[in-house]
Design a protein around this ligand. Structure first.
Ligand code: PHB
Ligand code: FE
Length: 330
């Protein structure tokens, strides 16, 4: 939709506030989020389903804009410049960009983050948990404004320093600390390994049952750092329904499918042209190249290990062509 340059959305719709960030306007109604931006002397606009938009925005907030591109869909998203962040509309959509209708604006990260948090606190209704699977949170995303869900959007983020369960590190999950076994993982063994350390090494030697730990995850599509070895981060996660973002990598990521099955759609990062579709079954390993975007689909809740390389200068090394976008040559 095109509209005149002076076109303005109302200040509130169905009880929801309309927000501006730079030249972007963001509004929500009972079902949709509408974004507008300037291009070719007019306001351009784009509409997304409110639940999909809020699930994507929640990931951007929880992950500090993540690595590289976070596409909310084929049009809107953010690009992490590590310290600053770009908001874009149509920039990575070949048709919109080549028609000269895309728009990009750069913000200091804290400014964009504060606005995104304000939007979530106003637009997420009571009962809607953007991290939950649709069958666990129902239709609560929709309708007129109805309270909020600060507990879900401010949820404590697991920040493991070395490994869960070590002295002074993040806790393991149990019924007693609020982590019941998810309905999809009722068959997952719950026994913990036996640890016999030499005297003096009790705080150094550690092991835990990762399947048990993941069977008790209360969120979906939320990789959390679960073991740290310098820049090598193991980020396992449990997946059900659709990855709420289309991730545009700025480095190689490895996936190890730990249980069940996920289908990935892989496309060119810049244009969105399709490149591959792969179905990963339990035990499969894949490397996602550094020049693609990808989105996963998991029909039954599954366990995925995302292996991230947090070496700080990686995006620049790929941009300079020092590193190939894929990690292995066969
Ligand atoms: C990814 O972009 O690689 C990604 C993000 C979230 C997930 C899994 C994979 O839950
Ligand atoms: Fe990714």
């Amino acid at each position: 939709m095109n509209a005149p340059a002076e076109f303005k959305l109302p200040e509130t719709i169905a009880g929801y506030k309309t927000f501006t960030l730079g030249e972007f306007t963001l509004a929500r109604d009972e079902y949709f989020v509408t974004l507008t931006w300037p291009a070719k002397g007019q306001r351009q606009s784009h509409t997304m389903s409110a639940d999909a938009f809020l699930r994507a925005m929640m990931r951007d907030v929880a992950w500090g804009f993540f690595y590289g591109l976070v596409n909310f869909d084929a049009v809107f998203g953010t690009r992490n410049l590590y310290g600053k962040v770009e908001l874009f509309a149509g920039r990575y959509n070949e048709a919109i960009h080549s028609a000269g209708l895309s728009y990009v604006e750069t913000f200091e990260t804290p400014k964009a983050m504060a606005k995104f948090k304000e939007i979530l606190s106003d637009w997420v209704n009571a009962g809607f948990d953007p991290f939950a699977a649709p069958s666990e949170t129902g239709n609560t995303a929709f309708g007129e404004k109805n309270g909020n869900n600060m507990a879900a959007i401010d949820r404590f983020r697991v920040a493991t320093k070395r490994m869960p369960g070590l002295d002074g590190d993040s806790p393991l999950r149990n019924d007693s600390n609020g982590y019941a076994i998810n309905r999809a993982f009722a068959d997952v063994g719950q026994e913990e390994p036996e640890i016999k350390a030499e005297p003096g090494f009790e705080k150094e030697l550690h092991a835990f049952n990762l399947f048990r730990y993941l069977s008790r995850s209360d969120v979906t599509w939320n990789p959390s750092v679960t073991s740290v070895c310098r820049s090598s981060l193991f980020c396992p996660t449990t997946e059900e329904y659709i990855l709420p973002i289309i991730h545009g990598n700025d480095r190689v990521e490895w996936f190890v499918q730990l249980s069940d099955e996920i289908t990935w759609e892989v496309a060119d990062r810049e244009t969105g042209r399709p490149r591959a579709r792969l179905t990963m079954k339990a035990g499969d390993v894949a490397a996602m190249p550094a020049d693609i975007r990808h989105q996963g689909f998991s029909k039954k809740r599954s366990m995925l290990l995302v292996w991230e390389n947090a070496t700080p200068d990686l995006p620049k090394r790929y941009e300079r062509g020092e590193l190939k976008p894929y990690p292995v040559e066969f």
